[in-house]
Design a protein around this ligand. Structure first.
Ligand SMILES: *Cc1c(COP(=O)(O)O)cnc(C)c1O
Length: 338
């Protein structure tokens, strides 16, 4: 059997009796990105991209979900629920379908990318559309999770963090050493918390550089944001659940949490697709946008940097509609001069 629980079971809270629900997640590519390095003012072979969009449902959420759903099944749950900006619901719906569990998802109205919503629909999730933002949907999911037989699979669920920390283990294996710097988008802050845990458990301590969208940057300002705004919907969160985990990762590693504008995010998103051949979703590009921002003032950190690209670009076709495609129109059989 493949999948990250089989690979890392000695370092995860599972026993021989845990029923493993897997779609073969993890083991994602780490790709050298010399054009990003150059744009940040760094030498070749100093920037690597961890392509988490290569997971089964197209985002890193699968790492936490394989464990959270397996543990829910082990505990005798009959259903799972979550609030989601999209990717958690897509992942929960897929793993719940595989496990034969009900899946109820609370989604902020109008703020979930089309690809993610289509996943929840096709995997048979029961969708609750909340006329409010993610933070409000999360409070409702928490209330509903008191229903007997249901497990909450948001990143407040410790098994999510445990599963997600395996990405740090993979990076150490793939590089053959620890990176010096780790760049990551930050929304609810579960993922930065998980990577830091994974690095620490391996006796390593890269500097953690977390990046929020400027319109949704509570960890930068130090206060929750009531109406978060950004086109990077996966990090459109005003009150991160893992607030303390993110601050600990920043301070213990000597790193930082900064913010990037939507324009920075879109520029990095386009650069990755057009210059590196890597199509991620806008939220994911916040990590590279952060590195390029530091590079603009000559402050990109030296040594090896890993940038996590959290989700697949195919999930958000609404964003690509903002870019003017290069299309030449001809009649069938017409001549084209290249
Ligand atoms: C969930 C998600 C994030 C944010 O991760 P947190 O753990 O909430 O900080 C970033 N990018 C994508 C694509 C996501 O799905």
């Amino acid at each position: 059997m493949n999948g990250l629980i089989a690979r890392w079971h000695r370092r995860l809270p599972v026993t021989a009796r845990t029923p493993i629900v897997t779609l073969g997640e993890g083991n994602t590519p780490l790709v050298q990105a010399d054009r990003v390095a150059k744009a940040a003012g760094l030498p070749p072979a100093s920037v690597f991209l961890k392509i988490e969009g290569a997971n089964p449902t197209g985002s890193f959420k699968d790492r936490g979900m394989t464990l959270a759903i397996s543990k829910a099944l082990e505990a005798g749950a009959t259903g799972v629920l979550c609030a989601s900006t999209g990717n958690t619901s897509a992942s929960a719906a897929a793993y719940a379908a595989r496990a034969g569990l009900r899946c109820v998802v609370f989604l902020p109205k109008g703020k979930v990318a089309a690809g993610k919503l289509s996943q929840a629909v096709m995997h048979g999730a029961e969708i609750v559309e909340v006329a409010g933002n993610f933070d409000q949907a999360l409070v409702m999911a928490g209330e509903a999770a008191k229903t007997k037989g249901f497990a909450l699979v948001n990143s407040s669920n410790p098994f999510r963090i445990e599963g997600q920390k395996t990405a740090a283990f993979e990076i150490l294996e793939q590089l053959g050493r620890a990176p010096d710097n780790h760049f990551i988008p930050v929304g609810n802050a579960g993922n930065i918390t998980a990577y830091w845990k994974g690095y620490k458990e391996s006796g390593t301590a890269p500097r953690m550089f977390g990046w929020q969208a400027a319109g949704a940057a509570p960890l930068v300002s130090g206060t929750p944001v009531t109406n978060p705004t950004t086109l990077a919907t996966a990090i459109r969160i005003g009150r991160p659940v893992s607030w303390d985990g993110a601050i600990a990762a920043r301070d213990e590693s000597g790193g930082m949490i900064g913010k990037v504008t939507d324009a920075d995010i879109l520029a990095a998103y386009r650069f990755l697709a057009s210059r590196e051949g890597v199509f991620c979703e806008p939220s994911s590009a916040a990590s590279v946008a952060g590195l390029l921002k530091l590079g603009r003032t000559g402050k990109a950190p030296s040594g090896i940097s890993v940038c996590v690209l959290t989700g697949n670009g195919l999930k958000d076709p609404g964003i690509t509609a903002r870019f003017t495609p290069k299309i030449r129109r001809v009649k069938a059989g017409g001549k084209i001069r290249l």
